[in-house]
Design a protein around this ligand. Structure first.
Ligand code: SAM
Length: 231
């Protein structure tokens, strides 16, 4: 049974998708998608040998070797122009790593129309990279599952330069432009938790021998932003 998190990601792939799932681990997502949609095709990329072998096993067990290719390699190195990848999924990693994979592989994105990212932490840096590279955030989801809260960002390529896209506030980057408008239940849960964590961090920092004033000021600013959004 697939997690709600991966099901939600799958719901953002159109019928007939040709997608790459980078850091696919067991390849559960591409197998779920290709079992449901006989016209879908996928590449599952993995940098580590263990998950690469697990992915190959799942694909073989599901009889999907003709539609899902499992490739070993770092980030977007596993995709080529002739794959004509239309959608790209990078899920279950930190935001900084997702951003690095996108940045290092940006030459591989010419055919990509949609990027679906699910950063475990630091969604802000993923949003920032996306809008700076002509991807517009068109959908966002936040879900609570097994004691964790996950954010999913959907961004679509824009072909003409749209100054409005890059005109995004600090708040929108941090909270998500659509999430902060719709404020689903899990959004409140997430930011209440982050607020408490940050308060604790600040308290500890104030007790330290060498007080890092600059960082404290930044964190206190973030606390204020969170208050404004959840109150
Ligand atoms: N995407 C799946 C999901 O969301 O359930 C699996 C997430 S798993 C926690 C992260 C996977 O990313 C691991 O299997 C890891 O080997 C892989 N990974 C980490 N860095 C990578 C990179 N630079 N390129 C490809 N895969 C990577």
């Amino acid at each position: 049974k697939l997690s709600e998190r991966l099901k939600t990601i799958a719901s953002f792939l159109p019928k007939g998708t040709v997608f790459a799932d980078i850091g696919s681990d067991h390849a559960y997502l591409p197998c779920f998608v290709c079992l449901q949609d006989k016209t879908a095709k996928a590449i599952a990329g993995e940098v580590n040998e263990g998950p690469f072998n697990s992915a190959k096993d799942t694909v073989a067990t599901c009889n999907l070797t003709s539609v899902i290719e499992v490739r070993l390699g770092n980030g977007l190195q596993v995709i080529n122009e002739k794959d004509e990848i239309k959608q790209l999924v990078i899920a279950g990693m930190g935001g900084a790593l997702i951003r690095m994979i996108l940045e290092e592989g940006k030459k591989k994105l010419s055919s990509v129309q949609r990027i679906i990212a699910q950063p475990n932490v630091d969604a802000r840096s993923v949003r920032k990279w996306l809008i700076e590279h002509r991807f517009m955030i068109t959908n966002e989801a936040i879900i609570e599952e097994s004691g964790h809260i996950y954010e999913i960002i959907v961004a679509d390529k824009i072909n003409i330069i749209n100054p409005d896209n890059e005109d995004i506030s600090e708040k929108q980057l941090l909270f998500g432009p659509l999430l902060m408008e719709n404020k689903p239940k899990a959004f409140y849960s997430k930011w209440k938790l982050e607020y408490e964590k940050l308060q604790h961090v600040i308290e500890q920092m104030k007790k330290a021998k060498k007080v890092n004033e600059e960082k404290i000021i930044r964190y206190e600013f973030e606390l204020q932003l969170i208050r404004e959004v959840i109150e």
